[in-house]
Design a protein around this ligand. Sequence first.
Ligand SMILES: NC(=O)c1ccc[n+]([C@@H]2O[C@H](COP(=O)([O-])OP(=O)(O)OC[C@H]3O[C@@H](n4cnc5c(N)ncnc54)[C@H](O)[C@@H]3O)[C@@H](O)[C@H]2O)c1
Ligand SMILES: O=C(O)C1=N[C@H](C(=O)O)CCC1
Length: 249
Amino acid sequence: MNIALIGYGKMGRIIEQFAVDRGHHIVLKIDADNRDELNTDNLRKADVAIDFSTPDSAINNIYTCFDAGTPIIVGTTGWYGQLQRVKDDCLNGKKSLLYASNFSVGVNVFFFVNKVLAKIMDRYPQYDVQVEEIHHTKKLDSPSGTAMTIAEGIVENVERKNEWVNEVVGQTEIITKPDQLLIESHRIEEVPGTHTVIYSSEVDDIEFKHTAHNRAGFALGAVLAAEWLNGKTGFYSVKDMFDFNISDI
Ligand SMILES: NC(=O)c1ccc[n+]([C@@H]2O[C@H](COP(=O)([O-])OP(=O)(O)OC[C@H]3O[C@@H](n4cnc5c(N)ncnc54)[C@H](O)[C@@H]3O)[C@@H](O)[C@H]2O)c1
Ligand SMILES: O=C(O)C1=N[C@H](C(=O)O)CCC1
């Protein structure tokens, strides 16, 4: 496939390596310093665009791909407040988009098991629950998109939690109400991404943790998503690609 990379930072560069290794061609690279080259003429040279840019630029990038009719994979986080509008416009315009807060196989297994665990823990009110995420200090958004997906999986399945709230350690201090799920965000040099779900009772704790050792899992997942999206129209999340089911177990 011919691929347009939108965002050529830490992720864009690794995605390029995996895409080329898998026989694809990079026909456009857009970063902050040449963002005026992101236009419909240039995008039409690509079969798919892969966006790992910034929370502030993602929406404009998505709509430029919609205008060009170029399917887009969105890895950028921090724009999910606009998800419903983007979904409606994608479906109404018969466009093609797949997004994920995290493309790695390990985290997508984690997302699935997190929901199963939450359903079980729903029965045990003696346990409180919280989510912790740790990322590098250059990360622009908090909480991480991955932590939001994890928190949504808990809130959907644990009746005593109705919403999540975020504390950025060292910046904001939150006193949670019993029905609020705390997401604690830590920023530590060079950490690619660590997520932990902790259920605590007076007698014991259960900790469920995913640790990314590097960014390769995210990057390969994004290229596999681009291959999966090829030929499809519609609005997808990475869940549609992995399609785990409890009957698989
Ligand atoms: N979904 C996932 O699996 C996953 C994994 C890792 C990172 N991410 C997300 O991807 C995004 C990028 O992460 P990163 O680590 O590569 O960040 P990065 O800062 O290394 O790279 C982002 C790049 O976007 C460029 N940029 C800025 N404005 C732009 C514009 N208007 N158009 C195009 N590019 C522009 C910047 O110059 C920079 O090079 C972040 O939102 C991050 O949270 C998602
Ligand atoms: O490095 C980042 O930034 C990451 N962003 C994603 C998120 O917000 O969950 C995925 C993990 C790495």
